[in-house]
Design a protein around this ligand. Sequence first.
Ligand SMILES: [Zn+2]
Length: 101
Amino acid sequence: MWGSRDRRRSRVTCIACGEDVPRADAREYDKYGDRFDRRDKEFEHLCKDCYREQSHQPRGGLEDLLVESGAGETDRDGFLETYTDLVREEFETRRSESRED
Ligand SMILES: [Zn+2]
């Protein structure tokens, strides 16, 4: 299942639950949150059930945040510390912006 190279074109694996589903029954998932920009992208897939449960809130900047936090390059504690700091900063910024009305 996970990481299987034996991927027939007509079936895809849901990245959330690992279920093999017919391609026609799956939804494309773009980790960058923009399914309409298809250039140089390989999409992952979600089954319909998982797609329904997925948050459809915008997640602009998430990939940048992960890179900035050193995801995959620093150890777990270092990553979590940096990530938490950056998210807190972002949260504080948004909260003070939303007070301006
Ligand atoms: Zn699923």
